[in-house]
Design a protein around this ligand. Structure first.
Ligand code: PEP
Length: 245
């Protein structure tokens, strides 16, 4: 199977007002050259309608979280149907910040992924170990357990993002070798969980990815792109990352 184009998934986190999102999209449209990557902007829900009308053609739109419920009395939540209606095609589930600050368990993450798929969205399921787990050398078992729990009952149309917690927003990046080792382990686990061929799964690396390290990480055989937080906020960095792929 030919290697798919790498995916550059841009997680803005809780940054950018709708006005700022509009300006960012216009700057991107002016600066983006056809690069090697597919792009997806994972923006705050309130920015999505603006981006839907402004992003350059071919740049996908996605959410950063989704309710595990379909509709109803869940104040403050955003449903999969709402995301789809505004033009999103994918959504992050189980980001470590959701797991940590909102106490999301693997079961909750899997329920969100199932809900996303029920409305045709591709869930980007985040997994990854904390520093203490890595220091104990238990990162592979930990991450694969988290993967199994977070994909319980989830269909095969998913993306997995390996994001070691100690590398997110810290400036500390896993080495390309670390990223590859875990991506290979994740691919092997997915092959055991699903009937689809192992190579059909997209596995991303996330954690302090920037223009100067993205190429070596994404060149690894089992890494199919990057989930990028901090370096997604400036258009110049996004263009540089796209050009590097
Ligand atoms: C993230 O938010 O998923 C992330 C990887 O952030 P950063 O690139 O800032 O480490």
């Amino acid at each position: 199977m030919t290697r798919p184009r790498p995916l550059l998934a841009l997680n803005w986190k809780m940054n950018k007002t709708p006005s700022e999102a509009r300006a960012w999209a216009a700057d991107l449209a002016a600066a983006l050259t056809p690069g090697g990557a597919e792009l997806a902007v994972l923006a705050p829900a309130i920015d999505l309608p603006v981006l839907a009308g402004e992003l350059p053609a071919g740049v996908a739109l996605g959410g950063q979280d989704v309710s595990r419920h379909e509709a109803g009395a869940y104040t403050g939540e955003i449903s999969a149907e709402m995301l789809r209606d505004v033009g999103a095609t994918c959504v992050i589930v189980g980001h470590s910040e959701r797991r940590e600050y909102h106490a999301e368990t693997d079961a909750v993450v899997a329920a969100k992924a199932r809900q996303a798929q029920a409305f045709g969205l591709v869930p980007i399921v985040c997994v990854g170990e904390s520093l203490d787990v890595r220091e104990r050398g238990e990162q592979v078992n930990f991450t694969l357990d988290q993967l199994r729990g977070s994909t319980e009952g989830v269909g095969e149309n998913l993306i997995v993002a390996y994001e070691p917690v100690w590398a997110i927003g810290t400036g500390r990046t896993a080495t390309a070798k670390d990223a590859e080792e875990m991506a290979a382990a994740i691919r092997g686990a997915l092959a055991g969980l699903y009937t689809a061929g192992a190579q059909s799964f997209r596995i991303l690396y996330g954690g302090s990815v920037k223009p100067d390290n993205i190429a070596s990480i994404c060149a690894q055989p089992n890494v199919n792109g990057a989930l990028v937080g901090g370096a997604s906020l400036k258009v110049a960095d996004v263009v540089a990352m796209n050009d590097a792929l």
